[in-house]
Design a protein around this ligand. Structure first.
Ligand code: NAD
Length: 690
């Protein structure tokens, strides 16, 4: 018997236990002995029923991700499930923790599923650009009906044991000793003597919905797929389960899987999966982490309020500090309103709202921050104000407290150098809305202590954020690359594109929103003020702001928003303004294709990303991808800007940039040496700075 799969007997019930920590992944070294155990128990006349259970904290939580992209060693999961499903004696999966992907598909091969009350089950393959390839799309609809299966498989979101039971996926939900309960359940089925019907032979629920209704549901979901192939393939596979005989549907599922797994989108999504894990690896992993139990937030404005909510949602008590009672009350009222909206939408219970509100306390007195282990500053973006705040923190914060700034652009080394404990200072750059957006750029300043950095990376995951460590520079990784495309957006308008045309090229590429719609949403005045402070100009954006067109908040920006509507309408006045400015500059309008819009905006960003790597501001190209996907909505099917550089062809990118640089002399087009090297070697690693 293998150390990964063991068999024990309880009377005439055999219990197979999979023990492959940490998540009982279906690695080859599990699959092989599992298959042997099933065959031998199938053929053993003294065994009346079989239970499959797992040791440790969970049932099989999926495939072994280290085997991705390699030829699969036999037996594959599909073969195991086929043998399991053909066993004539009752088979029972005993599910605790999470049965995900291949784990749930294994459980679907059993006649019955008994779940711990806290268990969750799901088929999350779509999140890696795949579909369940082990029979999940063909068996799940037979248990829960096509509608529910479609929703579960296309979303990839797991459901709890009780919901799974109500849907027909789980036969019994139990509390207490799961294995004992599953054994009793199996023994009961065996002694009842009724033949157990394999899932493949249960067709009744497939007829619950007519095809037209199913297709309508699938079409709704397809709209949300925004160019991703996997959700559509998932829907097609579930449809096949309804229209084709079992084995044909199974073969069709396989064919779809094989196509997806070899495609660029799934490669991109798997890249992102590993990128995120890699980004969260802390340089000083073994360092003693600082204890963080209480958090202070300074400034209860847009960001401070959101950051406070992010911590409270993660269970941390928070003290919010403002300059006046009035500002404090305003900030707290906004937080209160946000939670009330969640309750009215049904995403938060009233009890949970009360519990969260109880974690807030407000103050205008810095002395009240003395008990905080971490203090995050989110006051106005001005060096003098930041230094004043940090000066006060230097006197009141307890020794070892981590002092973080949420600055977007300011030099954190300068802030750190202004106080007596620069080793405790770092950046925590949240994205708006901070209680929603997943990205957290953690900025390592020159003197930041490694244990402070490691503690904050660790903490990020406790508040459901995706951390990426970055270095100090203007705009860090995300905003710096965003600036690199700003000038091109303006240039495209001057050369003849309309805001709507540019935005459409972006959404067709897969972005959730184009840059002009985004600008209107965020408020154009912020950038305007920023530019003025830095002595910079942007012909069109400045002209709009001079007319009081700040975006949605003033009802007008690049677009028109009539009667408080949030739907952008193209505005002829803006187009006339653009043409006027172009004429002043002697630029004749021309037809601009979507491809040019994407290349002109994206390639300078990739180029800036290469510079960021050269300077060591980011440690890995994949960190940059993680930033863009989680902070700015870069389309996941394209893997982030640096991964996309490989898909688009780095040679072509370099050639285009060279050409534009020759024509315009713009610095954003000057090819970074690392990008040139990437075009030759295909690897960002080669020249990555340390
Ligand atoms: P905001 O104007 O909405 O809020 C700032 C708050 O800080 C105000 O409520 C103000 O009363 C308070 N404040 C000012 N000086 C203070 C002081 N000395 N002590 C205590 N409170 C003080 O601004 P915001 O958009 O929340 O931005 C805050 C910081 O976050 C800035 O550094 C900004 O660059 C950064 N940031 C903003 C965004 C964004 O999208 N808005 C995103 C990331 C980072």
């Amino acid at each position: 018997m293998s150390s990964f799969v063991s068999v024990a007997r309880q009377g005439d019930v055999a219990v197979i236990t999979i023990d492959n920590p940490p998540v009982n992944a279906l690695s080859f070294h599990v699959r092989e002995p599992l298959m042997q155990a099933l065959v031998s128990l199938r053929d053993d006349p003294s065994v009346a029923a079989i239970v499959i259970a797992c040791a440790g904290r969970t049932f099989v939580a999926g495939a072994d991700i280290t085997e991705f992209g390699k030829p699969m060693q036999q037996p594959e999961l599909r073969a195991i499930v086929a043998v399991l499903e053909a066993i004539a004696k009752p088979t029972v999966a005993a599910i605790h923790g999470t049965a995900l992907g291949g784990g749930l598909e294994l459980a679907l091969g059993c006649h019955f599923r008994v779940a711990d009350a806290g268990a969750k089950v799901g088929l999350p393959e779509v999140k890696l650009g795949l579909l369940p390839g082990g029979g999940g799309t063909v068996r799940l609809p037979r248990l829960v009906g096509p509608s529910k299966a479609l929703a579960m498989i296309v979303s990839g979101t797991p459901v709890g044991a009780r919901e799974a039971q109500a849907a027909g996926l789980v036969d019994a939900v139990v509390e207490g000793d799961l294995t004992a309960n599953a054994v009793a359940f199996a023994a009961g089925k065996a002694s009842a003597g009724a033949p157990a019907i394999p899932v493949r032979d249960r067709d009744a629920r497939l007829r619950e919905i007519d095809l037209a209704a199913f297709d309508a549901e699938a079409a709704e979901l397809a709209k949300k797929a925004r160019g991703l192939e996997a959700p559509l393939a998932c829907a097609e596979a579930v449809r096949n389960a309804i229209t084709l005989p079992f084995d044909e549907a199974l073969a069709a599922e396989r064919a779809l899987f094989v196509k997806l797994v070899a495609g660029d989108q799934s490669r991109a999504q798997r890249h992102l999966f590993f990128a995120e894990r890699e980004a969260a690896k802390v340089p000083g992993k073994d360092l003693q982490k600082r204890k963080i139990a209480r958090v202070g937030i300074i400034g209860a404005g847009t960001m401070g309020g959101g950051i406070a909510m992010a911590f409270v949602n993660g269970g941390f008590p928070v003290t919010l500090l403002e300059t006046s009672q009035e500002a404090l009350q305003r900030g707290l009222a906004t937080i209160d309103k946000n939670y009330a909206v969640s309750v009215s939408r049904g995403s938060l219970s009233e009890e949970a709202r009360q519990a969260r509100l109880a974690l807030f306390s407000g103050t205008t007195d810095y002395a009240d921050l003395a008990g905080c282990d971490l203090i995050v500053e989110a006051v106005f973006e001005e060096m003098s104000v930041k230094k004043e705040v940090f000066g006060k923190l230097d006197t009141v914060a307890k020794p070892g407290a981590i002092l973080a700034t949420n600055t977007s652009y300011l030099d954190i080394n300068e802030i750190a150098a202004s106080i007596s404990r620069p080793q405790d200072v770092l950046g925590m750059h949240f994205f708006s809305p901070a209680n929603v957006m997943k990205l957290l750029e953690i900025v390592r300043a020159e003197k930041t202590a490694p244990d402070a950095l490691a503690s904050v990376v660790d903490l990020a995951r406790r508040i459901a954020k995706v951390p990426v460590i970055v270095g100090v520079c203007h705009g860090f990784v995300g905003n710096r690359m965003l600036s690199a495309r700003g000038a091109e957006q303006e240039a495209l308008l001057l050369e003849g594109a309309t805001p709507a045309q540019v935005d459409k090229a972006f959404t067709d590429f897969g972005w959730p929103m184009g840059p002009f719609q985004m600008g209107d949403l965020a408020g154009l005045d912020i950038g305007w003020r920023n530019r003025k402070a830095r002595g910079q100009t942007a012909v069109i954006a400045d002209a709009l702001c001079e007319q009081g067109r700040f975006g949605q908040k003033t009802g007008k920006g690049y677009y028109l928003y009539e009667n408080g509507s949030r739907t952008p309408r193209p505005d002829l006045e803006v187009e006339a303004l653009i043409r006027g400015k172009a004429a002043e500059l002697g630029i004749a309008p021309r037809q601009i294709e979507a491809e040019e819009i994407i290349e002109r905006t994206l390639y300078p960003m990739i180029n800036e990303g290469a510079r960021i790597l050269e300077e060591g501001i980011a440690a890995r190209a994949s960190d940059i991808d993680t930033v863009w996907v989680n902070g700015y909505g870069f389309p996941i099917g394209k893997g982030g800007p640096m991964f996309f550089a490989g898909l688009a062809g780095a040679g072509k990118i370099v050639q285009r940039l060279d050409h534009w640089h020759e024509r315009t002399g713009r610095p954003a087009f000057k090819v970074a040496p690392l990008l040139r090297r990437f075009a030759e070697t295909g690897s960002w690693e080669a020249g990555a700075a340390t």
